[in-house]
Design a binder for this molecule. Structure first.
Ligand code: AMP
Length: 115
């Protein structure tokens, strides 16, 4: 855990979140500023700064997140209608929280273009 990392602190329960799913390795919670009718963030509890830090050493948790996304989507009520998964990485992508997270967006028709 990194003391000054917002999502590490949320994962540790030091800061509140509106949880959708949690287990020992990952946490899914509602985005505080939703950009779609349903907007959930999925994070590994262990700190990884961004997608740019994924390697053969830590990629297992990324696979684990994706294995759990269908369940998280079901819990959020968007599994049937569909959803978009996004991970912003670095400055040009406007990543604002430097702890790896996957946005799950749905609950309505999304824009066709992503950028
Ligand atoms: P990104 O800009 O891709 O790094 O995404 C960071 C996301 O975290 C944004 O969509 C924010 O709205 C969201 N966010 C920031 N602080 C919180 C918080 N305390 N609880 C839930 N979501 C948050």
């Amino acid at each position: 855990m990194q003391e000054n990392c917002l999502f590490c602190r949320i994962a540790a329960g030091e800061l509140p979140s509106n949880k959708v799913y949690e287990d020992e390795k990952i946490l899914a919670f509602r985005d505080i500023q939703p950009q779609a009718p349903v907007h959930v963030l999925v994070i590994p509890k262990a700190h990884i700064a961004s997608a740019n830090e994924i390697s053969h050493i830590n990629s297992g948790i990324v696979a684990y997140i994706f294995e759990n996304i269908p369940k998280i989507a079901r819990l959020a009520g968007i599994a049937e209608s569909g959803y978009r998964i996004i991970s912003n990485c670095g400055e040009d992508a406007c990543q604002s929280v430097p702890h790896l997270h996957f946005h799950i967006l749905g609950g309505g028709k999304l824009a066709e273009k992503m950028a």
